[in-house]
Design a protein around this ligand. Structure first.
Ligand code: GLU
Length: 319
């Protein structure tokens, strides 16, 4: 592919930036600045009541504090609803999606056996081909329908892609993940749809994110195909997660790991960056600046699996 390459930082302001997100953003920023890619900042603030306004502002401040910058103005998903709605209408017109009136509980009950890797029940296809239109679904069920993507049967539902870290992947989406939601019953676009619409619109060519989203990639590739945009499928790089000493992904149970917490404790940006850089496989001991790390970054050093946030790491930060 020729032309300019672009990646994005895409924080979800459902909570403040924590050490794990910050490390993903540092690696993304370093990879992009090293290769001369453009970096967009996109705030993923569609998730209704879970979104906290101050968390978006906080994430931006934390990035700035770390010395991570971006190119162009900030994009907010909440400003772009018309774009998502147009994509939903288009997919509907193409017959690629269908209205679904099943509640989460219906799906759980119907799908007693198979579960996707991420633990979600695989949708059994109850509403596939059931209603001629959204209006018919609403009228016949008395419920507000969500919209689901119809994973093509047979070979068209199989997705192969190469990830910079995880290598060649091949997923039978119908069997392993099932039909997935692209718009919720309240009309909110679902994550899978919004990301694809935005990445296309923003001409993102490099998706770098944590590998808890690895299962989203084949779903998103099917959306590119269904929208007639197969040529614009980005290159993917899924970074191993930061986990606690118990091996589980960093969360509240591991204490307060928010960047803002450490800032309040007087930790300097340089010391924080040094820890995050070590977690990106770099040999740094002292306070550093983001700029100094650009030349030294090597993403292949992140291939060894999850990084453990140890008591020693915490002590180094707070010393
Ligand atoms: N907003 C997502 C997150 O914070 C990232 C989405 C993406 O990179 O596709 O985990």
């Amino acid at each position: 592919m020729t032309g300019h390459r672009t990646t994005r930082l895409a924080p979800s302001p459902t909570g403040a930036l924590h050490l794990g997100n910050a490390r993903t953003f540092l690696a993304t920023w370093l990879m992009a600045r090293q290769a001369g890619w453009r970096i967009a900042l996109r705030i993923e603030d569609l998730d209704g009541p879970r979104i906290k306004t101050e968390a978006a502002t906080g994430a931006i401040e934390d990035l700035q504090w770390l010395g991570l910058d971006w190119d162009g103005s900030i994009i907010r998903q909440s400003d772009r609803r018309a774009l998502y709605q147009a994509a939903i209408n288009d997919l509907m017109a193409r017959g690629a999606v269908y209205p679904c009136v099943c509640s989460r509980r219906d799906v759980e009950l119907a799908a007693s056996a198979p579960h996707a890797e991420d633990g979600a029940a695989i949708y059994p296809g109850t509403c596939r081909g059931r209603y001629a239109s959204i209006e018919a679904a609403r009228r016949d069920s008395g419920r507000e329908p969500s919209i689901r993507f119809m994973v093509p049967d047979g070979p068209d539902g199989i997705v192969a892609f190469v990830d910079r870290i995880h290598g060649a992947r091949r997923v039978d989406v119908g069997r392993e993940l099932g039909d997935f939601t692209i718009a919720k019953a309240d009309g909110t676009p679902a994550y899978q749809l919004a990301v694809v619409v935005d990445d296309l619109d923003m001409r993102v060519t490099e998706v770098i994110r944590a590998d808890d989203l690895l299962d989203s990639t084949p779903r998103q590739i099917l959306l590119y195909r269904a929208m007639g945009n197969e040529l614009h499928i980005p290159q993917y790089c899924h970074l191993p997660l930061v986990v606690g000493a118990d091996g589980r992904r960093l969360a509240k149970r591991h204490g307060d790991t928010r960047i803002s917490h450490y800032r309040r404790c007087g930790v300097t940006a340089g010391r924080m960056l040094a820890l995050l850089a070590r977690w990106c496989g770099m040999d740094v001991r002292d306070d550093v600046e983001a700029q100094e790390l650009i030349k030294r970054f090597d993403v292949t050093k992140m291939m060894g699996g999850p990084t453990v946030f140890s008591a020693e790491d915490e002590a180094t930060l707070l010393k």
